[in-house]
Design a binder for this molecule. Structure first.
Ligand code: PXL
Length: 272
């Protein structure tokens, strides 16, 4: 079993089961030391609780302190950041805080269902695109990929559209989420070293906040257990599907994903 030091940089949504509150337990369950840099604290996520209370945090000094102490990270996982200033800071962190051979993974976490999340604008989208292009692996959904590729968003996908999206995206390795070619299908597509691989899974009709954050954390945790990227995608896809199934059985749980009930499955999938 590998034991890596992973830094995750994203917001803390105190209620709502997404971003940091999801990434930390999942990375820990994957057997890694998990360090955090929160760029903002919100009372809830921005997806359905009304207007959250938002505090942007000035955390520039924190990573500089780590740097002075000689601390670095085997992987850095980036998600929702909340401000252009935070995106620019993270760009510097990716340059300076990875161990030799360390991996940067950026989920743009800025848009879904054809539009930007509330509070984000063109400037944020452009800054996040630059960050994604710098990362070793980016994990956009279809909306984010279409914005970054300069293509129209489509809800009904076919293979030609997905291949065109992947060919127009910059950056190195791309894990595109939410890829399905039939109403009852979802999955992912991986662009790696000029090749494209598709992963398909059954789709559950309901969609929940935080599923992208869960997927990204699980894929990162599995990858750092020295699985291949395709295998890490398989594991993260099954984990996410199982968590959505558990949530769909609990209609009052509309705001996020009941991933906790699936952590025992994840641990045994990785370690037995
Ligand atoms: O799940 C992505 C996410 C993270 N953080 C905040 C959000 C969202 C999605 O809406 O609002 C604050």
């Amino acid at each position: 079993m590998a034991y890596k030091r992973i830094l995750t940089i994203q917001d803390i949504s105190c209620v709502g089961q997404c971003s940091m509150t999801v990434a930390m337990p999942i990375l820990s369950a994957c057997g890694h030391e998990t360090c955090i840099l929160p760029t903002a604290v919100l009372s809830t996520h921005t997806g359905g609780f009304g207007k959250p209370v938002v505090q942007h945090l000035s955390v520039d000094g924190m990573w500089r302190h780590w740097k002075n102490q000689g601390i670095n990270f085997d992987a850095i996982l980036v998600g929702y950041l909340g401000s252009v200033a935070a995106v620019e800071m993270v760009s510097q962190i990716l340059d300076e805080m990875l161990s030799p051979g360390g991996i940067s993974i950026v989920d743009p976490a800025m848009a879904d269902h054809g539009k930007l999340y509330s509070g984000f604008d063109e400037n944020y989208a452009k800054a996040m695109q630059t960050l994604c292009e710098k990362a070793d692996i980016m994990i956009p959904n279809i909306t984010e990929a279409a914005m970054m590729a300069g293509m129209p968003y489509r809800a009904d996908l076919d293979e030609a559209y997905v291949r065109e999206l992947l060919s127009k995206l910059g950056g190195r390795e791309v894990v595109l989420t939410g890829v399905g070619f039939a109403p009852d299908q979802t999955g992912a597509a991986l662009r790696q070293k000029g090749e494209i691989l598709f992963f398909h899974h059954p789709k559950i009709e309901k969609s929940y906040h935080g599923t992208g954050d869960m997927f990204a954390a699980c894929m990162t945790g599995a990858l750092m257990q020295e699985t291949s990227l395709p295998e890490a995608i398989e594991i993260a896809s099954e984990f996410t599907l199982r968590a959505i199934q558990a949530t769909a059985e609990a209609p009052a749980h509309w705001y996020g994903v009941k991933f906790e009930t699936v952590l025992p499955w994840l641990v045994s999938r990785l370690f037995s």
